[in-house]
Design a protein around this ligand. Sequence first.
Ligand code: NAP
Length: 489
Amino acid sequence: MGITRQQLIEGDLLRTQIHVGGQWRDGSGGQRRPVTDPATGEEIVSVAVATADDVRDAIDAASVAFASWSKVPAPQRSKILRRWYDLVVEHTDELAEILTWEQGKPLAEARAEILYGAGFIEWFAEEAKRLYGEVIPTNNPNRRMLTTRNPVGVTAAITPWNFPAAMILRKASPALAAGCTMIIKPASETPLSAFALVALAEKAGVPAGVLSVVNGSGSEIGGVLTADDRVRTISFTGSTEVGRTLMAQSAGTLKHLALELGGNAPLIVFDDADIETAVKGAMDSKFRNAGQTCVCANRILVQDGIHDEFVAAFSKAVAKLRVGDGRDPEVTQGPLISQGALEKVQSHIADAVGKGATVLNGGEVTELGGTFFSPTLLVGATREMVIATEETFGPVAPVFRFSTEEEAIELANATEFGLAGYFFSRDIGRITRVAEALEVGVVGVNTGLISYEGAPFGGVKQSGIGREGSLHGIDEYTEMKYICIEGVA
Ligand code: NAP
């Protein structure tokens, strides 16, 4: 187990070029940009940058490839996807090492992400064979009526840096399973995982033009993708602000949009919760990926009767986290992705403290410097603080105190976001009431870990549109066609 960076450099997966129409090549403008290790600030490699012309080439190639890929019988497409799954699993160590290198998360989390992402390939390899249509009971003996589900055509994925592998696989797997072709635009911070996954797809037998990857400016590439009528679905994971831009830009060509956007997850601990379970859930949900996930608990709401006991146990658990280079097996939290991310975390803490919160753990950059930030616990948080309404996207757990169930629900829903929500209780009546009342797409009851490829993931309100994973995750890549046949009798 394990692989050295030297082995990666000598191997076949650390690619630095874009992949367009089955060719690995430099961008037509000849530009390159560095990818840096957030743990050291050092350059890993420099990678090719795609121009608008390269993106148009990728769309051309995807359009040509669609004609044949969409006609490949489903069991055959399924087998190719299954080979991709096998290769991704086989190369888990290399892929995890690349992921940690460019993104910073601990290797154990990187491995878990690769296997989680691979799960989508396996899942949709199976779903490819189950894209059933319907036969509708006829209203006329002379007619037969049926529906079929057909691939939409060329699609695009625009993905963020926090899950550089899983967010791509969650989109590319259903797209290819449905018979669509796809152009991936990874985050500029983390293109290496995308290149490596596409290299394995190529090895698995995904035909030229079916899966391309273009690295470069989000706004420039997004502009080309949204303006082109041939691109029928754009699946985006990232900030709500960019999601709104993409929606506005797609109006002219009326695309399908799948938008997985920002969150501001509440995590509620009721008086009747099991403390140990609640602390574990809060740790899992808050500090995974250094708090840089869209489903991270952003606000911890704790009821009066359990508040002090919970805070004491939570503080003890937070103190056990170990910050450092993700390659160290003892490390549970890597660096933040960038200086900008660090400044956002610091500003949220400063605002909260300025408005009366107390720092119980952390609150500052560790002795390692850079963007290594100490896991932070704040108590005395109130709704006037910025942290109550904005996603911190960092390792800061603000605890808000409440008295009644109604107050908790009102506070939990007092946000424009609605992605995930968690709560801890052992009362079946309360579990049912609160699960129904939370305005979110995903509810975790007595757990902080909810992701699974077989379950639908997505938000309500301004956290997005559409669902990924599960049998529903292929919907954005298919159109239903109704066929009415007359002249039967
Ligand atoms: P971001 O700034 O929105 O970037 C995400 C992607 O969009 C990147 O590939 C970026 O490219 C690209 N992009 C930027 N501006 C664009 C534009 N005008 N048109 C088209 N593409 C554009 O988000 P982030 O800071 O990387 O990621 C953090 C956010 O993602 C958080 O809000 C988090 O909650 C959300 N997120 C949501 C989910 C979910 O499933 N709901 C999952 C993970 C993360 P460049 O890198 O080149 O700028």
